[in-house]
Every structure is written in C-alpha cells, then in structure tokens.
Design a protein around this ligand. Structure first.
Ligand SMILES: Nc1ncnc2c1ncn2[C@@H]1O[C@H](COP(=O)(O)OP(=O)(O)OP(=O)(O)O)[C@@H](O)[C@H]1O
Length: 313
C-alpha cells in the first residue's frame, strides 16, 4: 500500500552551512489492512516521514510509492488513495463547521458528500452535536476528531495520522483506539505516528521506532513484546546491612526496597547474562529470594531502543 525506500530529507541548519538530517535512509512498507505505528522521541523524524509520504514536502532522495504510484512522479494518482491528519489540525478551515469542512475537502477530491453521510461519520466519532459549530470554537480534542472526520469523509483506503490522540482526553483516547480497530475492520490501512504507548499496544500490528532520523527497529508488535518479555526479569534479594553497598559496588544503580526485600529489574539480551548475574550474586554472598520473568510494556521497549542508539549526527 505504501512503500518508502531509502528516504532522506535534510533541512538547512540556522547559522551553519551544514544541513540537519531529519530523515536518514528510512525504508518502510505498509501491507494492506495493517495498522503501522511510527514511534520515536521528539524530533526523531516521524512527521517529516509522513509529510514526505503524503507529498507535502519533497525529499532529498529516496522513493515513495502509494499503491504502486510514485508520489514524486505521479503525484495526483498516488495522492488520491490517501488522506492525512497532521499534528495541529492543519487540514481544517477554522471558520467553517465540521460538516462544511468535510464537504469542502471531499469536494476537492471530486466526491459529493451528503450531509447525512457527514453526520454519520461525526456520530461514529461522538461529535455529531458539534456538526454545525465553527471549528475555531471547538475544544482541541473535538478539533482533532473533526480533522479525523475530514479524513474519513474522503473515503480513501489509506490514512496517515500524525499524533492522532494529541489533545484527546483519556476517554476519547480509549474510544479512538476502538475507532482505529473499526476502521481496520473496514479495510483501511493506517500509518500513525504517536507518543501514545497505550495506543500502540492496543492497536498496532507492526511498530517502527525512529531515533535521530533513522529507524532503529521495525518489527511486529507481538514479536517485539514477546522478545522483550522473554528478556525482562525481576530479581528479589534479601536485604541485609551490606546488600545495598554490594549492589553499588557491582555497578547496579537502581532498585526498589519493599520491606526486607530488594527488587531489581533487568532487561537482559541473552540467558547467559542471567546465569552470569546469578553467579556474581553467589560469589558476593548475595541471597536470592526469587527470579521472575517480567512482562514488558511498550514504554520500556521504546526507552531501550531510543537510549541504546548512538548519535547519528
Ligand atoms: N521546516 C523545518 N525546518 C528546519 N528543521 C525542521 C523543519 N521541520 C522539522 N525540522 C527538524 O527535523 C527534525 C525532525 O523533525 P520532525 O518534526 O520530523 O520530528 P518528529 O519525530 O515528528 O517530532 P515530534 O514527535 O516532536 O513531532 C527535528 O530536528 C526538527 O527540528
């Protein structure tokens, strides 16, 4: 559905002749009907990737195809298959109502949207009562939902959503997860960029983590979670006078004390490392109470990949 190959985008750097690499050799491929999440810290290059994919900015090099149509060579054919919601709701006219926005943007694509169809979409988003209010007067979350409604009204197979849950309250963010699942059931292919780990855990089929303009991991969500849960361990140690000092000497920096138990959480890359740690505790007369495998959430996976990546600049 979307094929991005070796994408590079640089921007001029203020007060310097050098250029800033916002996207550095990024390749991605979206399969039909999947929800693909692009995760990454601020400034990692997610928005730039999405803007290139929807033809808003021209990359320095690389190739982007939407359903086999090259965005750079055959722009109008490629773009007729996608709609995009950018961070900050830039795809809305603020002095028009949600229904007017939906009809207007569908019209640009040559689609006549009936008011009843527009209301139906707004209903699925829970904002039908705001159908005739000026967008400018809506709350941020409602504006975000209106931007998504405009996107849905276009009726395209592919949706690009940049930070779609930004500004949504907890309930709306939970509702939004069901909405995305529902859209997927209706055959949509969705690329979303987000900082919302709960959203990723709930809806994504595959996840790419970007850090410093590059993709540092791209994997099925299930695989990524199982890979990490197999490596996460909680080791409980029995506290005594010298234990915390010993741990510090052995290079541990973080632990949690619960009564006379000291808990250590470890992410290990091989089981050999676990045996080495057990051996090290034995050699230092540290008594182990228990060792458990831990389920790891996406936040931990994210931190692990983004912290481990050496600087690219
Ligand atoms: N128009 C621009 N001119 C110069 N630099 C830019 C421009 N747009 C983005 N950048 C820089 O490119 C890098 C990537 O930005 P981008 O917005 O793609 O990151 P992001 O991963 O979407 O971040 P966030 O999560 O904060 O939205 C950043 O260092 C940013 O400052």
């Amino acid at each position: 559905m979307i094929q991005i190959k070796n994408l590079v985008k640089t921007y001029p750097k203020r007060g310097s002749k050098e250029r800033l690499k916002a996207v550095d050799d990024v390749s991605l491929e979206l399969k039909p009907g999947e929800i693909f999440a692009l995760l990454g810290p601020n400034g990692a290059g997610k928005t730039t990737t999405i803007k290139c994919a929807c033809g808003l900015i021209v990359p320095d090099s690389g190739q982007i195809k939407i359903k086999e149509h090259d965005v750079l060579k055959n722009r109008s054919k490629a773009l007729q298959h996608i709609s995009v919601v950018l961070e900050g709701n830039r795809n809305l006219y603020w002095r028009m109502t949600p229904v007017e926005n939906m009809k207007y943007f569908a019209g640009i694509r040559g689609k006549h949207l009936k008011k009843t169809e527009a209301l139906e979409i707004l209903k699925t988003l829970g904002i039908e009562e705001k159908a005739n209010e000026i967008v400018h007067k809506l709350s941020r979350g409602m504006q975000q939902k209106t931007a998504i409604a405009v996107c849905l009204a276009a009726g395209t197979d592919i949706l690009l959503l940049d930070e779609p849950t930004l500004g949504l309250d907890v309930n709306s963010a939970v509702e939004f997860r069901s909405l995305l699942k529902n859209l997927q059931e209706r055959g949509k292919t969705i690329l979303l960029s987000t900082h919302d780990m709960n959203l990723v855990e709930a809806v994504a089929d595959r996840v790419a983590i970007m850090s410093k303009a590059r993709i540092v991991v791209c994997e099925e969500k299930k695989k990524l979670l199982s890979l990490f849960s197999a490596r996460g361990y909680k080791i409980c140690l029995i506290e005594n006078d010298s234990l915390q000092k010993k741990l510090r000497n052995l290079g541990f920096t973080e632990w949690h004390k619960d009564g006379n138990i000291i808990e250590i959480h470890l992410n290990l890359t091989t089981s050999k490392q676990l045996y080495e740690i057990i051996e090290m505790f034995k050699n230092n007369q540290i008594e182990i109470e228990s060792i458990e495998r831990e389920l790891v959430n996406f936040e931990k996976i994210f931190i692990s990949y983004t912290n481990d990546t050496p600087s690219q600049s």
